[in-house]
Each structure stands twice: as structure tokens, then as C-alpha cells.
Design a protein around this ligand. Structure first.
Ligand code: FRU
Length: 516
């Protein structure tokens, strides 16, 4: 009897220890979460594992949805799901369970989502409009068998604001007639023709389809075989109207991601400005224009259904050249800051600007440094405890200067404005860990400045643990790059090489963490 009691006690004791161990582990994991080395503090990242493109960006009933390409089992690309997060302010995000899982038709590649307000699809119930997701099915079996028709388009709907999804039993809704790269549908409601419009990419061009019910699609036209950049395959299109600042008429903007073939290597996003009549997109633009000259803003698209027709863009902050190799362990890659797109005419050219939403700037409440003047041909060094969680603004008419970020390890990140070569350059070659892949730290990143304002303009910089986003002239020119310094930068040197124009360091502010 006594032995039995002893045994029961021992079993109980071992179990209690195990539970305690488990609890401690969970607590430890929680403490570590979002404080790991390189974890961005004010950019979206998944809690763990691999993420690429933003998908299904849609606003509905007070919620901004961010779905994304997600592989829950590893920190490298694998069978794709749609991960999910939500936000009410586009600043703070709540991670949600996976929204879409692969099924018999294939993996779930990139796509979009709409609010079907009039229930044209018939998926709505009891007066509740459905959210409808439109995505690419990628059949691994088809690809392995050497077929060309392994990418098709499917749809799914949600009646609980994106929490749970039902795949349509009639999938796929657009089959494939033998085009190898046939993917990434973006759908939107076109007022003029009272139709849904779908744009997808087919290797070296975009294709347009229309529908009355989101289920049956009719091919209308194509664009781009002989226009823009063609150094790689076209991916992740987006099409939307934007009013031109100071003009009455809107223009249509077509975003096309391309990989490889970007100006500084690997993945990048070009855009075309033109007209769209509901069936056909036309643009007389022959040469590509680039949304961002950094190497880490890819597959970006805009939100559907945002109040006031605001165009809000989010990109994947990585590059297929080295996305799989970046030195993070628990998760891989982040999204860019959400940016507002605007269209203007500069020196006769239509140019698309992208600039962080105002609520991002106002997040930074603590000023680390106030307004300071840097004289003509002057230089100053500012010591700041942690620049890798900061917002920096300068104002100047100087087109000859250098900004150098430094840490105690002798690592430097250099930004140079050079009027001789008419360029802005970002040098991350000695910025920290760079050797994980040959393409990452092998050259300076170059951005032409021919369209930059003559006169005073602002330089806005957002530095997070593992990224820098630079905006010149309110986003007329943008550069987004990943960086992996061994320690945060603690000094900023400003060298003004201009003999006539002074510079003002307007402020350095601390960016708070968006994670609880
Ligand atoms: C772009 C992309 C898309 C595709 C997805 C797959 O980065 O290649 O074309 O749908 O990623 O994850």
C-alpha cells in the first residue's frame, strides 16, 4: 500500500515538474518574441517562419486585413498558405490563424480580396456581403510532371470578416491554356463599366478579364509585351486610378513587379501611367519607371475598399536574390511601412510618389535631437543610443552630402547625394552582416535624382533593426534596403559638401515598438 502511495506521489511530482517546465518555456518564448536580434520593432513580421508577398489587402468594417504568402513549417519558402493579420490603424497588427490552406488544386499563391457589397457572387447570406479572395492555385504535381498549365485562379469567401474561409466548389474560375507563369490576380470593382476587373500576369505581359459575379471571367485584353522592363518574369500586378495633383482628370497606374531585372539587381517594382476603359489598359510609356530604387521592396500592391479612395501600398521588404539567406532564425522577412501613393507631374513626367502614412510619423513622440544646422561645407557627428529604431528628417537644397551611420563595431551605412553623377547612393557593403549571400553586399545602390525638386526638399529616413527606408521629397524618390548591423548604430555623421546650401537636421525621433 505504502509503495503504491509513493508511486502515485512520484508520478504526480514528475507531472507537476513537467507542467512547470512547460509554463516556464512558454514564458521564455513570450519574453523572446519580438525582441530577437534583427526583429523589426515597427514593421510587420510574422510571429515565426517564412513570409513573402502581401496578399488580399482589403479594408472591411473598420479592419485592415493583411494576408501574406506564408509557409508555417520552415523559415525558407515552401508550400504556400495565406497567413493573416489585422489592424485598425495600419500601425499595430494582430496575428490571426492561417486563412487559406493548400488543397487538391494546389498551393495558394498570391492574389487579392474584395468586399462584394451587392452580393454579385451569391456567396453572401442574410444580407451580409461576403469578402471574396481571388488567388493563384499552383499545382506542384503539374509542375513536376513538366506541364505548362499548373497555375490556375481560384476563389474563396468569408462571411465573418476574414476569420474563416470557404473555397468555391467551382474552382478553378480561370483555367490555364498552357502559360507557364500565369498568376497573381488583382481584382477591383470598376464603376464605369459596372463590372469586376481582374488583372494577372502571364510571363512577359499583363492580362485583363472582366466578370459580373466573380465566378465567370471573360478575357478582354493584354498589355506590355513591348513596354517597360523585361529582365525577368512579371509578377504581382495592380491597377488603380489616381487623381493627378492639381489636375481634374485621373490617370490609371499599373504596378508590375519584376524578378530579376530591377535597377539595382534582383526583384523590383515598375509602374506604367496610362488609361483604362474597363477592358483595355494603354500607355505610351516605353521605358520603365520604378516605385522604389532599393533592393528590398517587392511584390507590393494596394488596398481595396479604403475610405476616401486612399491608395495604401504595402510591399514585401526582401529580394528573391537573397530572401532565403538573411540572418534571422525564428522568422524571415518583414513588410515595408504602409505608404500612401500619389500621382504628380514633375518636369513634364507623371511620377508616382510613395510616402509613409501620417500615423506612422506621429507614432514617434520622443525627440532625441532637435533642429540643428549644418553649415555649408560643414560636418557634425551626433551620438544617439540606438538609431535602429528612429525616424530622421533633414531639410536642404544641398545636392552634395553624406550621411553616415556608425556603430561600435566599425560598421557603417552610408547615404550619399552627389550632384556630379546626379545620383543618390546607398552603400551597405560594410553595414553589418553582409556575407550570407554574394548579391547582398556587393555594390552601392543607385537612384537617379533628375526629378528631384530644385530648391528645398525633405529627406525622411526610417531605421528599424534590420531595414532602412529613405524618402526624398515626400516620397517622390524612395529607397528601401535591408541591413543587418551586428549592433545598433549609435552615431550619425552629416557631411555637407555643398558650398552654397546649408542643411537642417530637423529632428531625430525614437520610434516606439508596435508590439505589446
Ligand atoms: C512573387 C511571387 C508570386 C507568387 C508568389 C509565390 O514574389 O513569386 O508571383 O504568387 O511569390 O510565393
Amino acid at each position: 500500500m505504502q509503495n503504491k502511495l509513493l508511486l502515485i506521489f512520484l508520478v504526480f511530482f514528475v507531472c507537476a515538474c513537467k507542467t512547470k517546465e512547460k509554463e516556464e518555456k512558454t514564458e521564455k518564448q513570450l519574453v523572446e518574441a519580438f525582441t530577437e536580434q534583427y526583429r523589426p520593432q515597427f514593421h510587420f513580421t510574422p510571429e515565426e517562419k517564412w513570409m513573402n508577398d502581401p496578399n488580399g489587402l482589403v479594408y472591411h468594417e473598420g479592419t485592415y486585413h493583411l494576408f501574406f504568402q506564408y509557409y508555417p513549417d520552415d523559415i525558407v519558402w515552401g508550400p504556400m498558405h495565406w497567413g493573416h493579420a489585422i489592424s485598425t490603424d495600419m500601425v499595430h497588427w494582430e496575428h490571426k490563424p492561417i486563412a487559406l490552406y493548400p488543397d487538391g488544386h494546389g498551393l495558394i499563391f498570391s492574389g487579392s480580396a474584395v468586399v462584394d457589397k451587392e452580393n454579385t457572387s451569391g456567396f453572401g447570406k442574410d444580407g451580409k456581403p461576403p469578402l471574396v479572395a481571388i488567388f493563384t492555385y499552383h499545382s506542384m504535381e503539374g509542375e513536376k510532371a513538366g506541364r505548362n498549365d499548373f497555375q490556375t485562379q481560384g476563389i474563396a469567401y468569408s462571411l465573418d470578416n476574414g476569420a474563416t474561409w470557404t473555397k468555391y466548389e467551382g474552382n478553378p474560375v480561370i483555367g490555364n491554356e498552357g502559360i507557364r507563369d500565369f498568376r497573381d490576380p488583382k481584382v477591383f470593382w470598376h464603376e464605369g463599366s459596372q463590372s469586376w476587373v481582374l488583372v494577372l500576369v502571364a510571363g512577359d505581359h499583363a492580362r485583363f478579364y472582366t466578370s459580373k459575379n466573380l465566378r465567370e471571367w471573360e478575357y478582354r485584353s493584354s498589355f506590355g509585351k513591348n513596354q517597360g522592363a523585361h529582365g525577368g518574369v512579371w509578377e504581382c500586378p495592380d491597377l488603380f486610378p489616381l487623381f493627378v495633383e492639381g489636375e481634374e482628370e485621373p490617370k490609371w497606374v499599373l504596378l508590375i513587379s519584376i524578378n530579376p531585372g530591377a535597377p539595382n539587381g534582383g526583384s523590383g517594382t515598375q509602374y506604367f501611367v496610362g488609361e483604362f476603359d474597363g477592358n483595355r489598359f494603354i500607355s505610351d510609356q516605353k521605358e520603365p519607371k520604378w516605385l522604389d530604387y532599393g533592393t528590398d521592396n517587392y511584390a507590393g500592391v494596394t488596398y481595396n475598399n479604403v475610405p476616401n479612395d486612399d491608395r495604401i501600398f504595402i510591399g514585401w521588404m526582401s529580394n528573391w536574390d537573397y530572401a532565403r539567406d538573411t540572418p534571422t532564425k525564428k522568422w524571415r522577412s518583414a513588410m515595408t511601412l504602409p505608404r500612401r501613393l500619389t500621382l504628380g507631374r514633375h518636369k513634364g513626367e507623371y511620377l508616382l510618389a510613395n510616402y509613409p502614412l501620417p500615423q506612422i510619423a506621429t507614432l514617434a513622440a520622443t525627440e532625441l535631437l532637435g533642429s540643428t544646422k549644418i553649415s555649408t561645407e560643414g560636418a557634425q557627428t551626433f551620438s544617439i543610443a540606438n538609431l535602429n529604431q528612429s525616424q530622421i528628417r533633414l531639410r536642404t537644397a544641398s545636392k552634395d552630402f553624406e550621411l553616415v551611420f556608425k556603430n561600435d563595431m566599425g560598421e557603417t551605412l552610408e547615404l550619399t547625394m552627389d550632384s556630379n553623377s546626379n545620383a543618390f547612393l546607398l552603400d551597405r557593403m560594410n553595414s553589418g552582416q553582409v556575407n550570407f549571400q554574394p548579391e547582398f553586399g556587393n555594390k552601392k545602390h543607385y537612384m537617379p535624382i533628375e526629378f528631384l525638386t530644385d530648391g528645398h526638399y525633405e529627406i525622411d529616413i526610417y531605421l528599424d533593426w534590420s531595414s532602412i527606408e529613405v524618402f526624398l521629397d515626400r516620397g517622390l524618390l524612395a529607397m528601401t534596403d535591408q541591413i543587418f548591423p551586428s549592433q545598433p548604430y549609435t552615431a550619425l555623421e552629416v557631411h555637407n559638401n555643398d558650398g552654397e546650401e546649408a542643411m537642417e537636421l530637423v529632428f531625430v525621433k525614437k520610434m516606439p515598438s508596435i508590439w505589446p
